[in-house]
Design a protein around this ligand. Structure first.
Ligand code: GSH
Length: 218
């Protein structure tokens, strides 16, 4: 069905959906947000994207963008007011995000669900993930305030939602053991107005509901 605004299928707590909402918010683009419950996905989402992961962005042209990083790119190509994704840093940032998604996400999942990865203990999974963060994230933050330089960029907002999840598994442990630069960088993100702006709660979307508009200028 033709529609005027892009439609974003989203799930509030999903870190991939969070990174998409962060970039959309930053771009000022207004979308119609449809909150998905993963165990009860709407037929419209499955029809648009048979793999049916969130986030999915359906453009008014009918084009479907079904990967969070591609949604970020699309949003910032519309408008990137604080240079989150300047061309001269693109290769470096995409490399870092991709490596995070491939290497850190499985370590995070093993720590979150140790019963599904019982060849190692919870502590071993946690230490593996922390080691990755120390080597790949904290080391960068010893030189700069953010991952690439002293400005928030696309790689910061793409990666921070996952590290927020890591910290939340056992926050007292994180506070005690994570290196200070990592903690400070994460706190800047978790306490930001930007994050608060994309974490509103919405009811599960159902066909026929009045549209919920999401965006900085909505
Ligand atoms: N590579 C995808 C991954 C998205 C993803 O895995 N999202 C999770 C939720 S956080 C999902 O939809 N899982 C499907 C399910 O649980 O059925 C992206 O970057 O958008």
């Amino acid at each position: 069905m033709p529609h005027d605004l892009p439609i974003l299928y989203s799930f509030r707590r999903c870190p991939y959906a969070m990174r998409a909402r962060l970039a959309l918010w930053q771009s000022g683009v207004i979308v119609e947000l449809r909150e998905v419950v993963l165990r009860d996905k709407p037929a419209e989402l499955i029809a648009a994207s048979p793999k049916a992961t969130v986030p999915v962005l359906v453009l008014p042209s009918g084009e479907v963008i079904a990967q969070s990083l591609d949604i970020m790119h699309w949003a910032l190509a519309q408008s990137d007011p604080a240079a989150w994704h300047p061309p001269e840093l693109a290769a470096q940032q995409i490399e870092l995000i991709t490596r995070h998604d491939i290497e850190f996400k499985p370590l995070l999942d093993a720590y979150k669900y140790p019963e599904r990865h019982s060849q190692l203990s919870l502590e071993q999974h946690r230490d593996n993930a922390m080691y990755w963060l120390a080597e790949n994230i904290n080391q960068r933050l010893e030189g700069y305030t953010y991952l690439i330089d002293n400005q928030m960029r696309i790689s910061d907002v793409a990666i921070a939602p996952f590290i927020r999840q890591f910290s939340a598994v056992d926050f007292p442990w994180f506070e005690q053991h994570a290196p200070a630069p990592l903690q400070n960088w994460l706190a800047t993100f978790t306490e930001s107005e930007l994050l608060a702006a994309v974490m509103n709660k919405y009811p599960q979307w159902q066909a026929g509901d009045a549209p919920i508009y999401f965006g900085r200028k909505a």
